[in-house]
Design a protein around this ligand. Structure first.
Ligand code: ADP
Ligand code: ADP
Length: 225
């Protein structure tokens, strides 16, 4: 059972605190939205969980393992950013295969899993295209497939829809929710868009100025006075 525990996390840049005393437990298969205004520390918190930045204090436990100081590639965490950082000179299939190649996965296994992932994000017929030949929404689906192909224990989504127009955004968020449900993936979705948070998640962590100020199910938050 994969679950995430954040225990008393602090992070500063120089003398400036970014967040402090972050406490949270996320259960296997849960879809959590981290909602808060721009600059409140959401991205930095995700980056610390992924191992792209270091916390100054506290512990990050994943499946009972202390991952606080593990290098990113040993955490088995998938991440998608706002600006899909796809490799421009690799095809869609090569982009998706990248993580498996790094692990020296046998070729037949790679082909099978890349095929599975392309099917999951409904891009089977785009395997040989290059990112510049795709729309923004399609690029984000490739980024999602690329982050899932190595079967991460946890999926972190940092405003993955923010750069897209409204219609695509709605379609893609439904697709993300379907995939998350199908794979029973423990997921943290970061957004500053309240409507998106309410539409997507079972539970919302409300963050403000570096603290989690509310931890509630979507319905409670919505009906709160
Ligand atoms: P959010 O994702 O909620 O918009 P961020 O985590 O990006 O917030 O940023 C939180 C605060 O930390 C901001 O004030 C930002 O300027 C600051 N910050 C983020 N990254 C760095 C960094 N590498 N160096 C210094 N300050 C940073
Ligand atoms: P190479 O990088 O060796 O030239 P390709 O560009 O053909 O190989 O493909 C990159 C990776 O993606 C390979 O591991 C391949 O098995 C896989 N792949 C390519 N096309 C497809 C596809 N249509 N369905 C599934 N996997 C694919």
């Amino acid at each position: 059972m994969s679950y995430l525990l954040l225990q008393d996390l602090d992070k500063r840049y120089g003398a400036t605190p970014v967040f402090s005393q972050i406490e949270c437990r996320i259960a296997q298969g849960e879809f959590i939205t981290l909602l808060g205004p721009s600059g409140c520390g959401k991205s930095t918190l995700l980056r610390c969980i992924a191992g792209l930045a270091e916390v100054d204090r506290g512990r990050i436990m994943l499946d009972g393992e202390n991952i606080t100081h593990l290098p990113p590639q040993q955490r088995h965490i998938g991440m998608v950013f706002q600006h899909y950082a796809l490799f421009p000179n690799m095809t869609v299939a090569q982009n998706v295969a990248f993580g498996l190649r790094m692990q020296q996965t046998p070729e037949h296994e790679t082909t099978r899993r890349v095929g599975e992932m392309l099917e999951l994000v409904e891009l089977q017929s785009y395997a040989d295209r290059y990112p510049r030949q795709l729309s923004g929404g399609q690029c984000q689906r490739v980024a999602l497939a690329r982050s899932l192909v190595t079967r991460p224990r946890l999926l972190l989504l940092d405003e993955p829809l923010s750069a897209l127009d409204a219609r695509i955004r709605r379609h893609l968020r439904e697709q993300i929710r379907r995939i998350q449900h199908e794979l029973q993936l423990t997921t943290i979705f970061v957004t500053h868009d309240q409507e998106e948070a309410l539409a997507l998640s079972d539970r919302i962590l409300l963050m403000d100025k570096g603290s989690i100020v509310q931890n509630a199910d979507a319905e409670t938050l919505y009906t709160a006075p």
